[in-house]
Design a protein around this ligand. Structure first.
Ligand code: SF4
Length: 245
């Protein structure tokens, strides 16, 4: 039987996809983003065990809220695709029960099992941490390549996609690379929205509690002027750009 390790659940989320959403945070992540708000999801040994049926039975309790609001369920993390078997089975059950599914991912894990998950995915929230491969590596600890291959694949499958970009002064505010990313995204008609997420330090205390070295201690939140500048660059893609301020 497939078992998933779940960090936590949020029954009425409103920021991870359309409408009211049952949000599941899966345990485990192979990335080490410097700005991560959830470093407590990294360790693959932790988490509460669920079967896909147990989890979907929980999700179904909220079906009327989801349907009424045009929402559904979102799987995030951590990196949910680290547990692709579990996500595939849970999403398949959701679809059988007429629940809309969203997958929030870095796109770093991209293999045949992930392609199976995408068969049952209505919306992908794709977190592109940077478009410059060197900066991407220094921000996340891993390579950008898979994320771009993942993006190509979801275009091929015509899966509705929201791209997310975390704006961190001095780290991901490289405007030339943001411009290149905006130009790149023009080639992806499946991308229907871009979300600009200004950096904040709400997760800093978790880094301290876990004994990890938080390198962004002295980094300020982005100014409104910078947020607006980056927003207008992304707007050249011709899709709606939402800045979460
Ligand atoms: S991918 Fe998400 S959970 Fe993983 S380190 Fe980056 S921000 Fe944190």
């Amino acid at each position: 039987m497939t078992i998933g390790k779940i960090h936590s659940i949020e029954t009425c989320g409103t920021v991870d996809g359309p409408g009211i959403r049952f949000v599941t945070f899966l345990q485990g992540c192979p990335l080490r983003c410097q700005f991560c708000h959830n470093p407590d999801t990294w360790d693959t040994h932790k988490g509460t065990e669920y079967t896909p049926t147990d989890l979907v039975n929980e999700i179904l309790k909220y079906k009327s809220y989801m349907k009424f609001s045009g929402g559904g369920t979102t799987f995030t993390g951590g990196e949910p695709l680290l547990q692709a078997d579990f996500v595939k089975e849970a999403f398949e059950l959701c679809k059988k029960n007429d629940i809309s599914t969203a997958l929030d991912t870095s796109g770093f894990i991209f293999n045949d099992k992930v392609k199976e998950v995408l068969e049952y995915t209505d919306i992908v929230l794709l977190d592109i941490k940077n478009f410059d491969p060197e900066v991407y590596k220094s921000v996340t600890g891993v390579a950008l390549e898979n994320t771009l291959a993942f993006l190509d694949y979801i275009r091929e499958k015509n899966i509705n996609t929201w791209v997310r970009y975390v704006l961190v002064p001095g780290l991901t505010d490289n405007l030339k690379s943001i411009t290149k990313l905006a130009n790149h995204l023009k080639e992806y008609p499946n991308v229907s929205r871009i979300e600009l997420l200004p950096f904040h330090k709400m997760g800093e205390y978790k880094w301290e509690e876990l004994g990890y070295d938080y390198t962004l201690k002295d980094t300020m939140e982005p100014s409104l002027a910078l947020i607006n500048e980056v927003k207008s660059i992304f707007e050249t893609c011709g899709v709606s750009v939402y800045a979460n301020i």
